[in-house]
Design a protein around this ligand. Structure first.
Ligand SMILES: CC(C)(COP(=O)(O)OP(=O)(O)OC[C@H]1O[C@@H](n2cnc3c(N)ncnc32)[C@H](O)[C@@H]1OP(=O)(O)O)[C@@H](O)C(=O)NCCC(=O)NCCS
Length: 155
């Protein structure tokens, strides 16, 4: 199985926030953003594994800045760590006030996705090549987060 780089899994998803995504005073629902986080992570994991994938777990998310109707939401996802059948994905969530051209960070999300074979059983994924110092740093951080989630599961 060919090893893959972080860049090969990179996925960008953008969507303009509409009234259907928000409450009656124009603030976008957290659940709308979570759904897009799930989709962005799904694309990154599928690009790495080229197999069916499911989300096994997700970290908590802190929303640092509100997103409103009319904002352009952009999610950038990539695989930063792999186990045997699992992949750890970071999703950076950003938004832009399109008319003003002002961008701001909304938060980051971390998910573990598992690749499945045709029978729905966990299947091996390609090893990951870490090239840049930033990729190596994120790999250490994301492994730590994953470990904390697994420990929480075992409690
Ligand atoms: C995720 C799932 C496939 C794991 O299946 P399993 O039989 O427990 O398989 P394993 O114990 O062999 O775990 C497979 C991998 O997932 C990892 N994993 C399982 N649960 C995890 C969790 N909560 N957090 C992080 N990693 C987890 C394991 O560490 C293992 O990683 P590795 O192969 O890289 O070492 C299974 O629990 C499942 O299908 N869950 C439902 C997923 C789903 O439908 N999600 C959508 C929302 S409902």
């Amino acid at each position: 199985m060919r090893e893959k780089t972080v860049a090969e899994s990179a996925a960008v998803l953008s969507e303009v926030m509409m009234p259907v995504h928000a409450n009656h005073y124009g603030s976008v629902h957290g659940g709308t953003i979570l759904k897009l986080v799930d989709e962005a992570a799904f694309v990154a994991a599928t690009k790495h594994a080229r197999m069916n994938v499911v989300v096994a777990s997700m970290d908590h998310i802190d929303f640092k800045h509100p997103v409103n109707v009319g904002d352009l939401l952009t999610l950038r996802a990539a695989v930063f760590n792999v186990g045997v059948t699992s992949m750890d994905i970071e999703v950076e969530i950003g938004a832009e006030k399109i008319k003003e051209g002002k961008s701001f960070a909304v938060g980051s999300a971390y998910l573990t996705m598992v690749a499945l074979d045709e029978k729905g059983k966990p299947a091996k994924v390609p090893r990951l090549i870490l090239k840049t110092p930033q990729e190596k740093r994120k790999n250490i951080e994301i492994k730590q987060r994953r470990q904390e989630r697994i420990e929480h599961l075992c409690r």
